[in-house]
Design a protein around this ligand. Structure first.
Ligand SMILES: CC(=O)SCCNC(=O)CCNC(=O)[C@H](O)C(C)(C)COP(=O)(O)OP(=O)(O)OC[C@H]1O[C@@H](n2cnc3c(N)ncnc32)[C@H](O)[C@@H]1OP(=O)(O)O
Ligand SMILES: CC(=O)C(=O)O
Length: 520
């Protein structure tokens, strides 16, 4: 059995609140989906807005190597011929070889929304499909609200499909438009429909309002559907559409249906993240298959199992979908995790039990090492006596002055001993951490010139026990880079300056000791 993949990220996906794409972004996403191996790319609704129309005028079928370009529209309005309805006739002026036409298949909608007779709706479907087939288009027919319609009046829902198939539609797509159908019912309806239309391709288009978008698409395939519609990362109106990324992995790795090549499947993670970037939605780390945490093993017992054989806690190999295994270290870790992490960081873990105890104690105090690899490496090195301090602090003082004219100035003074010499240095900054960083660097940079290449790239603050208001504990995470590598450091205190100081010192100490040693 062959299953065709129909991606509608660029049409139904853009119906998600907050998503809007430029013509260039649409083109970039279309090319990426083509490389992934989807069979159809529905790129917009040209009658809806000038941008979609311009897209179809500027981006034509030859730009795609494999996928067919699809333009979307609706069945003709009441009282006009298909040729005289601009939303329909427009499709014949475009080069996209495939037209996807949506029409009502629930009699309730026909009566309440279209306000036409059931017969007039059937005629509209017939006229629209026939007109586009006559114009040389491959017509895919989206039966809107098919499952609600089938529940209310199965004969009418089937009659709508018959009208489309009779007029030449190649694929009849059963849409769970409101997304409320559950898999058992959906599968039975698809099965019955497949029997009614021997030889006609049946498709499925599901929404995720009951959390069953992907499950419903898979159930439909089990029932005989051979065309699956969905969007990258499941973006779409309300709760979204069937996530085509998860669906591709499930069809191929779980159901044994070869929808893309192995090389294409190995690009799934990269494709999902690329599209997240372009639609400007932070990728959910916990997405099945492609999330950053999809193969992150945190529990000590799990890491132990994975170390023996990855199949103990992984349902598929992460590489199959282009993802990677990770083992974050924290309070739920065991000795095996620490050994692996130390190995990864190029450190001798020494007394693993002592290191593990130190990590758990620190996590109990509010430290969090998953994103703070530099602080973790230093904690291991300090516990095993391997760490080399850059300096010894005597004291620091920060003065923040707010003037009557609204100006604020911050000045930091630091006293420390570096290479046996006492140094006092003062610097100004646009905030306390900035001033402290500047004063510290001024004091120690002559002794560690490599610090000139190390910059702080991100500074994040998290309040751990908000109910304590201004007395709450603060966790600061600082990311640093030397232009080639980045690393994270953490500090925790009830005093935000102290928390920042700890993270700052770890950042610089790891930058000088850790990174230079790794590269040397
Ligand atoms: C299930 C789906 O996802 S279908 C796709 C839904 N996507 C969108 O709606 C996004 C793009 N939509 C748009 O840009 C606009 O809604 C347009 C251009 C399509 C239509 O805009 P307007 O002409 O101003 O109509 P409006 O959206 O207010 O109302 C819809 C009209 O279409 C009619 N209509 C709705 N569905 C259909 C259909 N399948 N066939 C024919 N007519 C339809 C309605 O009865 C209503 O008619 P009326 O104006 O005579 O009352
Ligand atoms: C066609 C479509 O997007 C739907 O019925 O949900």
């Amino acid at each position: 059995m062959t299953v065709k993949l129909f991606d509608t990220t660029l049409r139904d996906g853009t119906q998600r609140e907050g998503v809007t794409l430029t013509i260039e972004d649409k083109a970039r996403i279309a090319r990426r989906l083509d490389t992934l191996g989807v069979h159809y790319i529905e790129a917009g609704f040209p009658a809806s807005n000038p941008k979609d129309l311009e897209f179809f005028r500027s981006f034509e079928q030859p730009e795609l190597g494999h996928a067919k370009l699809v333009a979307f529209s609706r069945s003709r309005r009441r009282g006009v011929a298909a040729a005289d309805d601009p939303a329909v006739s427009l499709l014949t002026e475009l080069s996209a070889p495939v037209a996807c036409i949506v029409a009502k298949s629930w009699d309730f909608h026909v009566e309440r929304v279209l306000r036409v007779s059931p017969e007039e709706n059937l005629k509209s479907v017939r006229d629209t499909v026939a007109y586009l087939v006559e114009a040389g288009k491959e017509v895919i027919f989206d039966a809107e609200h098919y499952f609600d319609g089938f529940r209310a009046n199965p004969e009418y829902a089937l009659a709508v499909l018959r009208a489309a198939a009779g007029a030449g539609a190649t694929t009849l797509v059963l849409c769970d438009t409101n997304g409320g159908t559950l898999p058992t019912e959906l599968k039975a309806v698809v099965s019955r429909t497949v029997q009614e239309f021997p030889g006609v391709e049946i498709g499925i288009h599901t929404h995720n309002d009951a959390g069953c978008g992907v499950a419903n698409a898979l159930a439909a395939v089990e029932a005989g559907a051979t065309h699956v519609q969905g969007t990258a990362n499941g973006i779409g109106e309300r709760c979204g559409n069937c996530d085509l990324i998860t669906t591709i992995a499930n069809l191929q790795l779980k159901m044994g249906l070869r929808v893309v090549s192995d090389e294409q499947l190995a690009r799934l993670t990269e494709t999902a993240n690329y599209i997240s970037e372009l639609v400007n939605i932070t990728p959910d780390a916990h997405r099945p298959y492609v999330g950053r945490s999809a193969f992150a093993h945190k529990g000590g017992l799990h890491v132990d199992g994975i170390t023996q054989d990855p199949r103990t806690y992984e349902h598929v190999p992460p590489e199959a979908v282009g993802n990677a295994r990770r083992m974050p270290v924290g309070e739920l870790s065991g000795k095996n995790t620490v050994r692996r992490k130390a190995e990864e960081l190029g450190l001798d873990p020494g007394d693993v039990t002592a290191v593990l105890r130190a990590i758990k104690q620190k996590e109990h105090e509010g430290y969090h090492y998953e994103a703070a690899d530099a602080s973790l490496a230093l904690l291991i090195a300090r516990t095993t006596g391997e760490a080399r301090r850059l300096f010894t602090l005597e004291s620091f003082r920060i003065i923040s002055e707010k003037r009557a004219d609204g100006e604020t100035t911050v000045e930091a003074t630091i006293k420390l001993v570096v290479d046996g010499k006492r140094v006092i240095s003062t610097a100004e900054g646009n905030g306390p951490v900035n001033a402290l960083d500047a004063a510290l660097r001024r004091a120690i940079e002559p002794h560690y010139p490599e610090l000139r290449n190390i910059h702080l790239s991100n500074y994040k603050v998290r309040i751990l026990d908000e109910h304590r208001a201004t007395a709450a504990t603060t966790r600061v995470l600082i990311d640093s880079t030397d232009g080639k590598k980045t690393w994270g450091a953490v500090g925790v205190s009830e005093n935000i300056i102290e928390a920042s100081w700890q993270a700052l010192v770890d950042s610089l100490e790891y930058g000088v000791n850790g990174v230079t040693r790794e590269e040397g």
